[in-house]
Design a protein around this ligand. Structure first.
Ligand code: NDP
Ligand code: PYC
Length: 344
């Protein structure tokens, strides 16, 4: 891979360094800057454009608006054998996850199942880094979080739900884990925004305009319209479940509440996140080799017919980035550079 007219290539450590410098310059305390930069760099490295370096524009905007704390440190509350709660104190979620997940893993290994509830966090990131890191430690994991109420329920035309991602990770011996991570809306808001910025039409099915009509105009969806769920009533119900499980169940906000709190500033959503980790060593019947073999037979029956596993594209992009460097769209790169003082 080499530089082109549209994108330039940087080594991964330079991307990490750039992201960290931008966040520090924006006023973020070092532990937050480093935790956020790691996630943003992983996104760009794995060619997840909606949750890579682009997120530097959104996070620094949210910080400038005085919405999110750049300095408050997470408070960990060890809440009995299977629950750890982390109060992010209205800072971004990454550091809260990093610190809370250490306790989560310990509890899941002791009890067989454990939950990490993060409260009061600003949440902008993809969820796969979280379930992937838990799966790499031998645990199956689920992560869910609301966002802002941008999405209409199936059968409706007015926003009620967030883009509400759901991620799952499954450990595989000697292989990359099985990981999926998707918005329960037809597209992530980040993708809609990238289409709007590039003035590109969106596929039918992503959203409706303010009159409730199907549209291919991203701006019409953003300005008074609504996004749509994937899979009609099924995506709508899954999305509602995420609102409840990562909202009222853990004492936190729904996407409706989060959007109201934003008060038109256009910042990152603020709410909670729920992560559940399960240890196969406790839940199985003691023959982990047979269980692994059954899981692997399922995966190979999927891939042997030409279908791919979720995250395969991402893992391939990661291997490419590790070998050749990370591709960054030039327009995005210059926007990111404009967040630093000239000459830095
Ligand atoms: P995508 O639709 O791009 O991908 C969803 C998942 O499906 C990925 O795991 C992807 O793997 C996999 N996949 C895609 N195509 C195939 C295929 N043909 N066969 C098998 N698997 C496939 O994700 P979304 O646009 O819905 O979401 C993007 C990101 O946005 C997510 O990481 C999500 O966490 C994040 N997000 C965050 C929110 C927040 O509030 N924090 C809100 C909403 C979304 P692969 O990556 O390898 O293509
Ligand atoms: O892409 O839908 C999204 C999103 C919301 C918050 C962070 N990302």
């Amino acid at each position: 891979m080499s530089n082109t007219e549209k994108s330039l290539i940087l080594p991964i450590d330079e991307v990490l360094d750039l992201a960290t410098r931008v966040l520090l310059h924006a006023g973020m305390a070092e532990p937050h800057a480093k935790a956020i930069a790691r996630v943003i760099t992983a996104g760009q490295r794995d060619d997840c454009q909606s949750h890579g370096l682009y997120r530097l524009l959104v996070t620094t905007h949210t910080l400038r608006q005085g919405k999110v704390s750049g300095t408050a440190l997470p408070l960990i509350n060890d809440h009995g054998p299977a629950i750890v709660k982390v109060d992010a104190q209205f800072a971004f979620s990454q550091l809260a996850f990093e610190l809370g997940s250490e306790v989560l893993v310990k509890k899941a290994r002791e009890v067989g199942i454990a939950a990490l509830a993060i409260n009061n966090c600003y949440h902008f990131s993809a969820l796969w880094p979280e379930v992937e890191s838990l799966a790499e430690q031998g645990l199956a994991a689920l992560a869910l979080t609301p966002s802002h109420a941008w999405v209409a329920p199936a059968g409706g035309t007015r926003p009620a739900l967030g883009t509400n991602p759901l991620a799952f990770g499954w450990p595989r011996k000697g292989k990359n884990p099985y990981v999926f991570d998707f918005a329960t809306s037809a597209a992530a808001r980040g993708d809609l925004e990238l289409h709007r910025r590039a003035d590109k039409p969106i596929p039918l099915g992503w959203g409706v305009d303010s009159a409730g009509n199907a549209t291919t105009d991203a701006s019409a969806v953003v300005n008074g319209g609504a996004m749509l769920t994937f899979g009609g009533h099924k995506g709508s119900a899954l999305s509602t479940m995420i609102e409840l499980m990562a909202g009222p169940l853990i004492g936190d906000l729904t996407s409706l509440d989060s959007l109201a709190l934003d008060a038109g500033v256009g910042g990152t959503p603020c709410h909670g996140e729920l992560i559940i980790a399960l240890d196969p060593a406790h839940l199985g019947l003691g023959d982990s080799a047979a269980d692994d073999a059954r899981a692997e037979r399922l995966f190979s029956t999927i891939t042997d017919q030409g279908a791919r596993l979720p995250s395969q594209r991402r893992f391939e992009a990661r291997a490419r980035s590790q070998r050749d460097g990370v591709a960054i769209p030039r327009k995005l790169y210059s926007e990111v550079m404009s967040l630093l003082p000239a000459g830095q």
